[in-house]
Design a protein around this ligand. Sequence first.
Ligand code: 6LW
Length: 499
Amino acid sequence: MQEKPDTFRNPVLPGFHPDPSVCRVGPDYYLACSSFEYFPGVPLFHSRDLVHWTQIGNALDRPGQLRLPPGTPSSGGIYAPTLRHHDGRFWLITTNVSDGGNLLVTAADPAGPWSDPIRLPGVKGIDPDLAWDEDGTCWCTYAGVEQVPLDPHTGRVLGPPRRLWSGAPGAKAPEAPHLYRIGDHWYLLIAEGGTERCHAVSIARSRTPNGPFEPCPANPILTHRGTDHPVQNTGHADLVQGPDGSWWMLLLGVRPLGGTPGWHVLGRETFLAPVSWADGWPAVGEPGPDMPAPPWPLRPAPPAPARDDFDAQEPAPRWISPRHRHPRNCTTNQRPGWLTLHAAGHSLDEPDVTFLGRRQQHLSCRVRTLLDPAAGRGGLAVRLDEAHHYEIEADPREIRVLARVGPLRTVLASRPAPPGPVVLGLETTATREVRDARTGPDVLALGIEEEGGFTALATLDGRYLSTEVAGGFTGRVLGMYAADGTVHFDWFDYEPLDR
Ligand code: 6LW
């Protein structure tokens, strides 16, 4: 019998996995996150213990479900989802702020396939939520906070919008509403203060799903604003019952480097916190880095293999691309056992670059990829958006390290390319404290792997690939790209160097 660890580590879903929404079906838990300009969209995860999550797919994995037009800005596209289970089906509602607004998809199996989108023109706000009352009426509640009755089968709104609650007096941006029937009350959970350092979670209750709502006297029930807590921006939460009937909260937070206020590089991540109840109101335990384990057996999933060798017909669900992934530009069928990328744009500065990446989920990690530039040009990149990325690039003649930060684009190093395929590498080492003022707490080394090991061609300051510099709602994505012609990639290694 494996010794049950008496703690678990937050975030339970590291890397850019914001706006978590969770639902329980018997012993199974499912979670969805926002995905913005990336395709496929809305990653879906499964757990049996609320601590260990395994990706089972993406809800919007067909171009017909997720249109991200060329003008879609980074951090546009898909905003917050809500995932629910009702009448034997899974329902997912979200907002494509770059194409048509709110949409709803449904599935019998959360691993998919999910339906084509049902458009919701009458739902006029982001962060839509779904809740069904005893009569079977479906209430759609959205940022503001407003609510409409909805026919989830047709997308038709069945009544006028009603304003429910605007959060604490003076607080801004009441959003991320979720409605729950718990005991004799309907509870309305919201985020407020904006998704930065003032983020907070508040709650109100009513005898009906439509109000009037009485705010919790202890609001906000969770915030880290004004503290130097190692987890900041806590907010955008969802409640769920554990296997023993206790209550828990999944929420977003960030892990700033360099002290307070600091800067974060992995985006907004998903954290788990315990919830207790007193006098009909919830109280939230601190979502810290090390947490007491919940009172049920933990079920760690087997660690993902470090190497993806692209032997499968399709890239695994964790692989994402900005705005599109045309099969003609990204395929594992052209050269068996290799990923072949055909360039669409000419650099990572362009919105339609051919790029296939995965979220950086560890502050310190080692990445390698074996590429054959053939007659093309491409490489290994760390991307936040078109204006904030570092990359090491190869063509048949030269290997070079490039950096784009805002208006500045620089070639930091170059050397002749060896003949044939080459292993490009990236190593990030980050700590919360500033260990060395020269290099700061977050350093990225880009280079090549040769017989004698890894040779860094350039060492870069990670601060410029942080949300506090770049803005936006995502986080770093590490991946492969083609900027000219055709580039083949044999494998991609991602090795965590911390938890
Ligand atoms: C999300 C909303 C928000 O839909 O940011 O700042 C949006 N708050 O809750 C994207 O995460």
